[in-house]
Write a protein of this length. Structure first.
Length: 266
């Protein structure tokens, strides 16, 4: 009965070591390694897109917007700033749990009606009432600013100088790619002994550290307006130092000559 139970356990999840911990077969560990390397390649592609297209595109769009001038009379171009006088149909401010919605429905007589999104309720949206007349500024066929009685508010379509967060997201993708590739490669080369490149504790700590560093540097960079390149300039050394400092040291041998017991690498 004991032999049969032991054979069943080995057939389902791999063999059991002398302490009763289940060890996966080398084939399954190598499959995990291949999956991690594929995830690393995908994350590397996202990093490349963030720095080669997304960040430059948002930067150029903001520069074009800042340099745009009011449209001359009867102009048909979309790169200039056109002004429209519209009527508010309704203003919508809803906060349900973690979901917020800030919208204004506008119309131009009987010829046009549309919805404009905002990132927050103030300073103008919370004051609007049905029937109010507002001035809308449009750029490249999008309403970017709404104003009334000297109070202005940018819409969600207005370009913003926040490319520091583009850099932070791209840097996070790079960190994940490097970690996944390293953990996957070790599993392919040494499936039976891939410690300390395991989720607990090194992998978890490194992933959380990467997230904290990227957003901990990116958000203050946006708030202070410092150049975007300072995000990787600060984040890369910080994560590199964390990788060295948090690298698990070899466990010391016990008094009896054996090694201290620890969790089975995953």
């Amino acid at each position: 009965m004991t032999v049969r139970a032991r054979a069943t356990a080995q057939g389902v999840g791999g063999r059991l070591d002398k302490d009763g911990a289940r060890r996966r077969s080398p084939g399954r560990i190598r499959s995990t390694g291949v999956l991690l390397i594929l995830l690393a390649l995908m994350s590397a592609v996202l990093c490349y897109i963030a720095f080669s297209w997304w960040l430059p595109s948002d930067r150029d769009r903001y520069r074009d917007y800042v340099a745009a001038e009011p449209c001359p009379a009867r102009a048909t171009a979309t790169d200039c700033l056109s002004t429209w006088h519209l009527t508010v149909v309704k203003a919508e401010i809803k906060n349900v749990g973690k979901t917020s919605r800030y919208k204004a429905t506008l119309k131009d007589g009987d010829s046009w009606q549309g919805v404009v999104d905002f990132g927050d309720p103030g300073p103008l949206l919370e004051r609007l009432k049905p029937g109010d007349r507002v001035t809308a500024t449009a750029w490249r066929r999008d309403i970017v600013v709404l104003s009334k009685d000297g109070v202005r508010q940018n819409t969600s379509e207005a370009p913003r100088d926040e490319i520091q967060m583009n850099a932070a997201v791209g840097m996070l993708a790079a960190f994940f790619a490097a970690q996944a590739f390293a953990f996957g490669a070790v599993r392919l080369v040494s499936p039976r002994d891939h410690a300390p490149f395991t989720w607990e504790p090194y992998g978890r700590r490194m992933l959380y550290t990467s997230i904290i560093v990227c957003f901990g540097v990116g958000l203050p960079a946006v708030w202070t307006g410092i150049p975007w390149w300072t995000v990787p300039a600060v984040g890369l050394p910080a994560v590199a130092c964390a990788a060295v400092l948090m690298y698990p040291r070899p466990e010391s041998a016990t008094a009896g000559g054996g090694q201290a017991a620890g969790p089975v690498p995953r």
